[in-house]
Write a protein that binds this ligand. Structure first.
Ligand SMILES: [Zn+2]
Length: 114
């Protein structure tokens, strides 16, 4: 016969289950917002329907996501500007090298041919 070692940590499970709920006076539980207050404490507001956050924290979340997107866009734009600068420097170098080459050819022509 096979023996199974069933080791369920009920305390941890209970803590995890309660993490987004608050006990009411009648013994039932109600969902609470998963956001944190400015002091780092749990927000106890009622979450919006179909959402894990209250109105305030949902708006905060949206603002934070928009900030992240904006930062990423800025980084991308900086990269593009850097790349464009490199390309311009390369073009300038090409022109300088071509001019130098022409100048050297002119000197050689003057010295040996003419
Ligand atoms: Zn909240």
């Amino acid at each position: 016969m096979v023996e199974y070692n069933v080791d369920i940590n009920f305390d941890e499970t209970s803590i995890a289950w309660r993490s987004n709920k608050v006990a009411k006076k009648d013994g039932t539980f109600a969902y609470i917002c998963e956001g944190k207050t400015k002091l780092g404490k749990k927000c106890v507001r009622k979450p919006l329907t179909g959402c894990n956050y209250c109105k305030l924290h949902k708006n905060k979340l949206i603002v934070e996501q928009e900030k992240i997107v904006e930062q990423e866009t800025n980084v991308e734009q900086e990269k593009i500007v850097q790349q464009e600068t490199y390309i311009e420097i390369l073009l300038l170098l090409k022109i300088i090298i071509t001019l130098l080459f022409l100048f050297i050819i002119k000197i050689i022509c003057n010295k040996y041919i003419l």
